[in-house]
Write a protein that binds this ligand. Structure first.
Ligand code: ADP
Length: 497
């Protein structure tokens, strides 16, 4: 058993890992920057060490300082969380060279999946279906135009080293290619220090479905079912669910087999996620593998009863996975809402300040993973994620009602939050019917932001009553639309009936 784990992260994920350490009687050591002296992770950890200035490069992204500190304080292991050093092969090598265990995959697996083109090549070799397109970078726009013509427009130009929804550009016709190619290369170089770009077919109106997997150092692989992550804004997830109401048993079987093959292809151990795009015919294509714990892991924990962080720690210690595949079944339904400090009505601008009031929901089936408490400061330096609200219920309809009930209980002052926006999305007919794809938020933003009376959830309306009416009618989506908007049916036809 490890005696001490250094958590090389901050915010809600650092708190999540501290909690797992405490339950396992492992000493938790937090690091904190100048901006986080009173942050929840700093206060909750058994030990907390000041690491540097607020800028990430001086603190949470200072490899030398973190590894030196881990040695000095006698940490046996480092947990990277997500973001920061969580997918950095050099970091893993240096941690291991210092005689410290990295709670995550091998540097080699991270490298194999780190480049999107290399990962696509590997998946092709292992018969995991990939989005049609190239498996190596495009050298110039003449070559690119030729390939794009073969694949058929629209296509997506993507940075090989991309992440966080950045470094992607949709191209609808050949004449746009040259300038889009240059712009994407420039953006990729600036954001990822690597200007390689490649081509993928642009899949129209797909769902984003991903599979949680877990593997140990003894060659055992398990999946923990799928997550539905199609509620995104600008390619970034906002609401996630498990299971997906679109995935049937037969598709689930194919999907989870493909995910485990993907993990085997890079000799993976640790928790990981294989992301897929799924079209309306339930054909699915590998998108990428995230070689780390993900923000949305709690929905999988809720439906499976597992603790993925404890499982990661145990696997890092060299133990076998604690369960057989048949030991876990999908139990009920879980929804996660990302609570951000941002102003939806002002182009989702991040909102900073002190949380003068912070009161989180509770009650049956409610889990809140927060990185802040009352009087904490949301600063300009980091991601404006305040907390994750995760709901569980025996079925999806009850989970939806519970999400609205819990969002209503949230009281936060001092910063602007996206709570009202989340309520509108959850109570909207496409969400309730499951009839949405990755373009839903971006396409329907005007309606979702609308304040006037013909839309759901202005202050006088009772969300629970609306949702229960919707749920009763959800088999026939057109009647649902009518119910909400009267004769003024403004919702676009969706593909997922
Ligand atoms: P990142 O690593 O930046 O998160 P991904 O490759 O995982 O990038 O894609 C992020 C999101 O972008 C997907 O969830 C999806 O919404 C959209 N996307 C990516 N590739 C395609 C594609 N080929 N066709 C349509 N949408 C895509």
């Amino acid at each position: 058993m490890f005696n001490k784990i250094l958590i090389a992260n901050r915010g809600e994920i650092a708190v999540r890992i501290i909690r797992a350490c405490k339950e396992l009687s492992i000493t938790s050591a937090a690091i904190y920057s100048e901006a986080d002296t009173t942050a929840l992770h700093t206060l909750l950890a058994d030990e907390a060490y000041f690491i540097g200035a607020a800028q990430s490069s001086e603190s949470y992204l200072n490899k030398e300082k973190i590894i030196k500190l881990a040695k000095e304080i006698g940490a046996d292991a480092i947990h990277p969380g997500y973001g920061f050093f969580s997918e950095n092969a050099d970091f893993i090598n240096e941690v291991e060279q210092a005689g410290i265990t990295y709670i995550g995959p091998s540097a080699k697996s991270v490298m194999m999946m780190g480049s999107k083109t290399a990962a696509r090549q590997l998946m092709k070799q292992h018969n995991v279906p990939i989005v049609p397109g190239t498996t190596s970078p495009i050298n110039n726009s003449i070559e690119g135009v030729k390939i794009a013509k073969e694949i058929g427009y629209p296509i997506l130009l993507k940075a090989s080293a991309g992440g966080g929804g950045k470094g992607m550009r949709k191209i609808s016709e050949a004449k746009e290619f040259a300038s889009a190619f240059e712009a994407t290369k420039r953006e990729a170089l600036k954001s990822f220090a690597n200007d390689e770009v490649y081509i993928e077919k642009y899949i129209e109106n797909p769902k984003h479905i991903e599979v949680q997997i877990i593997a140990d150092k003894h060659g055992n692989y398990r999946h923990v079912f799928e997550r539905e992550c199609s509620i995104q804004r600008r390619h970034q997830k906002i609401i996630e669910e498990a299971p997906s109401s679109f995935v049937d048993e037969e598709t689930r079987l194919k999907l989870t087999v493909a995910a485990i093959n993907a993990a085997k292809a890079c000799n993976y151990y640790n928790a990981g996620t294989i992301e897929f795009l799924m079209d309306k015919n339930k054909e699915f294509y590998f998108l990428e593998m995230n070689t780390r714990l993900q923000v949305e892991h709690p929905v999988s924990e809720y439906i499976s009863g597992l603790d993925l962080v404890k499982e990661q720690i145990s696997i890092a210690m060299g133990n076998k996975i604690s369960f057989e595949q048949n030991d876990i079944k999908i139990n009920g339904h879980s929804i996660e809402c990302r609570i951000y400090a941002e102003d939806a009505e002002n182009n989702f601008m991040p909102s900073t300040g002190i949380l003068t009031e912070y009161s989180a929901p509770s009650g049956p089936g409610v889990r809140v993973d927060a990185g802040f408490k009352r009087d904490s400061e949301i600063s300009i330096y980091y991601d404006p994620l305040i907390a994750k609200l995760i709901l569980w219920a025996p079925d999806r309809s009850t989970a939806i009602s519970r999400a609205l009930r819990a969002l209503d209980e949230y009281h936060i002052s001092g910063v602007i939050t996206n709570i009202h926006f989340l309520k509108k999305v959850i109570a909207s007919p496409p969400f309730v019917s499951g009839n949405f794809d990755i373009t839903y938020i971006d396409k329907q933003l005007d309606i979702l932001l609308k304040k006037s009376t013909d839309l759901i959830l202005n202050e006088e309306e009772d969300a629970a009553a609306i949702v229960s009416a919707l749920l009763k009618n959800q088999t026939k989506s057109s009647s649902v639309y009518k119910l909400i908007n009267g004769n003024n049916n403004r919702w676009e036809e969706q593909l997922y009936e």
